[in-house]
Structures are given as C-alpha cells and as structure tokens.
Design a binder for this molecule. Structure first.
Ligand SMILES: [Zn+2]
Length: 429
C-alpha cells in the first residue's frame, strides 16, 4: 500500500491532561508521521522512527501538525444565518432560523449549502463533525453525499420536531419512517454516522420523544444528538410543559434518551444532580462558547462539569456561534472559563477539540490523536499566519505558541488540512 511520511513539529494530546498530567501531551520538535492506506502507521520522534521507515517517501512541513479538529455541535442549514442580530434563543429561532431551514426541502439548495459548509470546515481544519440538518430528508442526503465525496467523518440525522412551525413539522410516523430510511440508505458508507436528532424537548410531542428513545435502542450504532439547558427562556418553557420531570435532563431521561451515545449541546445551566446523572450515563456535552455568548445564554461551567467527570467536546454551533474555526472557539472557551474563575490550559483545550470530542462522538478509536491505527486526519497550523501571531510566537514556548494560536488564530492559521492522509485543503494553493 501507498506509504508516506510527514516530517516536522508534531503535537497531539491523546489523554486528558487534567487526569494524565504532562504525560498526556505528545510533542516532537522533529517528528515523523507515517501514513498507510489512510491510517497512521507510526507517529513519534524522527530519530526513533527513521531507521524503521528509511525507505518511505518523506514530505517535510513548516508549522505544527496536530490532529484534525472535531466540531461536536454545528447546524449546517444555518450557515447563511450566522451573524443575525438582536434576539435570544427562542425569538432568534422564530425570526432568523426557522425561515432559513424551510428552504432545505429543496435538494438543490441543500446540496449547495452542504458543499460550501464542508469546504469551510476543511478550511478551518475541522475533519469530523456532529451536525444538525433539518426536518427534511433532502437536507440529510445532501450533507451525507457531500461528506462522502470528501471522505469526511460526519454524523448527522433528520431533525425530529412534530411540534415545529409550519413547513418544519413532521409527525411521529414520518419522523420514524424518515429516520429508518436514512439509516438504511447511508449505514456503512464511507466514514458517515447517523444521529437520532430531536431538536429539543419542546419541539417534539411526548410520543415523538418516546419514539426517539425506541429508535436509539433499536439501532445500537447511532448517536442521539439534541440541545439541553441552553437558555433561561427555553428552560422555563420546558419546566412549564414537563411539570413531573425533576429537571430538563430528566425530561430526556424519561424517554430513554440519556446514555453513552447521547450528545447534548450547551448544558449552560446544570444542577449537580443533572451533571452526576450525565456522568453516570456516560453522556457527552458539546461546549459552545461563541454561541452562548452571542445569544446571551450564559457561561458554561467547565470546572463544574469536570468535577462530575462528564465527557466534553467543543461545538461551534453555527449559526448562533460566530465562527466555524475551532481554534477561535477555544479562545472564546478560555474567556468563558475565566468568567467562571478557572483557567483553561491550552493543551487541555486541544484535547477537548480533538480526542475528547471524538470520544463524545463515539469515534475515539478512529480519530483524535494520530495514534497508530487511527485514521490520518490532521492539520498543519501556522503560528506565523499573521504579523501579530508571528511576533507573539517568535521564540516562544510550545505552551505560548499554542495559546496564541487559540486566542489569535482562525482559518488563516490553518496552512493545510489532510483527510485520511490526503491533502483536502491548502491555504496557499
Ligand atoms: Zn445548536
């Protein structure tokens, strides 16, 4: 098989630095990444690996090679509604988002946005993503086809919302039939995955939430992807409807939607009981700092979630989020943590955006840290991408260069993106 190697500075964080300490960080100033058949054959110091792989074609690079970023929560149909002014969550959905999502009944529109969206992910160094589509099968088909064409690791699903507005409403039967058909159509193709996707508690009837729980149980290879405790107004609406539930998480729990394959976006306002239950169930959180700031939803409490041992990924949450760049999103995550009185370490941040996000998505054995046997999705970052970055990072420690990339970097700092060992984006091409 076609064996190739990449030589230069390599950084990856296979384990949580909070638990594993400095041992979690794997850094080689002169490293070698050996790729064969789209997978990592070896990754380590060039001096150690060169004798074994002396005959392999080697490409040298400038910059820092890191694993491809994992975006654990993003809405592709909202791409064109990013930067919509002036509302909080429920009003923002009504005014800006629901009208935009109605257009995804048209497959030509869905295909155009899916292609643009995935190219933007690659330009930002994101190689895996857990993506909201719309209620329409056309929206899911368009994204799966575009991801398959790019060989990207994308998980998505038809949104279930039988209490949604006109034009975005399915029925329990349509929700089930649409979900079943899409799973059957795309299962096992490329690097795609399916997620049962109720929009959130108030947009589905009790019957549909219960059916979502059954779909999740019937298909052990799919995820469950939804929103939880994002915004005060939303939480109040949930409380008014589900008076018997202990809290918002308990609404989902009663319908069998809280387990190790469940990913909940936001989780800004969480009790100790709810976080303990999430940890016990093995469910994951997508921390979406730019979105939470943009909609004024609140400040995610990472230390609180950590205290309970909940699994965390990073989400850009476009269109409420303000950038598709995971690097930029980590800079905002740092600020949100500062407001909560804790300081997010840049290596931990990189872990959350790579291996930890992959773990949340249930693909941690396949991508996240460029370990031997994992797929070779990676990004080459340019710490001198802008004059300010160049000045800040010149002669700086790895810690400072990585942190500067998170605070000052975005798509401009992504020199190139590789998917399964193949060049998928080059900034300067
Ligand atoms: Zn969202």
């Amino acid at each position: 098989m076609n064996r190739r190697a990449f030589r230069g500075e390599i950084l990856r964080v296979p384990h949580d630095p909070r638990e594993a300490g400095p041992e979690a960080v794997r850094h080689e100033v002169d490293g070698l990444l050996v790729v064969e058949g789209g997978k990592v054959l070896a990754c380590g110091a060039h001096a150690d690996l060169a004798p074994r792989f002396g005959d392999v074609l080697v490409e040298t690079f400038e910059g820092i090679l890191v694993p491809g970023f994992v975006d654990a929560h993003v809405h592709y149909p909202q791409t064109e509604r990013i930067a919509s002014h002036g509302e909080q969550l429920l009003q923002w959905l009504e005014r800006h988002i629901f009208p935009a999502e109605q257009a995804f009944a048209d497959s030509v529109h869905a295909e155009a946005i899916a292609a643009f969206f995935l190219d933007e992910l690659l330009r930002n160094g994101t190689t895996s993503a857990l993506v909201f589509a719309t209620v329409h099968a056309t929206a899911v088909d368009a994204l799966f086809a575009a991801a398959l064409a790019r060989n990207m690791r994308v998980t998505t699903g038809k949104v279930l919302m039988d209490l949604g507005p006109e034009g975005l409403r399915d029925s329990v039967a349509e929700g089930r039939a649409g979900t079943e058909a899409l799973i059957a159509r795309w299962r096992g193709k490329g690097r795609l995955g399916y997620a049962v996707t109720p929009r959130f508690a108030v947009t589905s009837s009790d019957e549909q939430l219960a059916d979502a729980g059954r779909l999740l149980a019937e298909h052990p290879d799919v995820l469950m992807h939804t929103h939880l405790s994002e915004n005060i107004g939303e939480i109040a609406a949930v409380g008014e409807r589900f008076t018997e539930a202990r809290d918002y998480l308990d609404v989902y729990d009663r319908f069998g939607l809280v387990g190790p394959r469940s990913v909940f976006a936001h989780c800004v306002h969480m009790s100790d009981e709810a976080l303990a239950r999430m940890a016990e169930a093995g469910a994951g959180i997508a921390f979406c700092p730019t979105s939470n700031l943009f909609l004024g939803s609140g400040l995610f409490d990472l230390a609180h979630a950590d205290a309970h041992g909940v699994r965390i990924g990073i989400g850009t949450d476009i269109g409420a989020g303000t950038s598709l760049s995971v690097l930029h999103t980590l800079g905002e995550a740092y600020k949100v943590c500062q407001m909560r009185g804790c300081s997010l370490d840049p290596f931990r941040a990189l872990y959350l955006a790579t291996q930890s996000g992959a773990n949340v998505m249930g693909i941690g054995d396949k991508v996240g840290a460029l370990e031997p046997g994992q797929e070779a999705d990676f990004v080459i970052l340019d710490p001198a991408a802008t004059p300010l970055l160049a000045r800040r990072t010149r002669g700086a420690t790895l810690f400072d260069r990585l942190f500067a990339l998170q605070v000052l970097g975005d798509d401009r700092a992504v020199a190139s993106t590789y998917v399964a060992g193949e060049l998928a984006h080059a900034r300067d091409a």
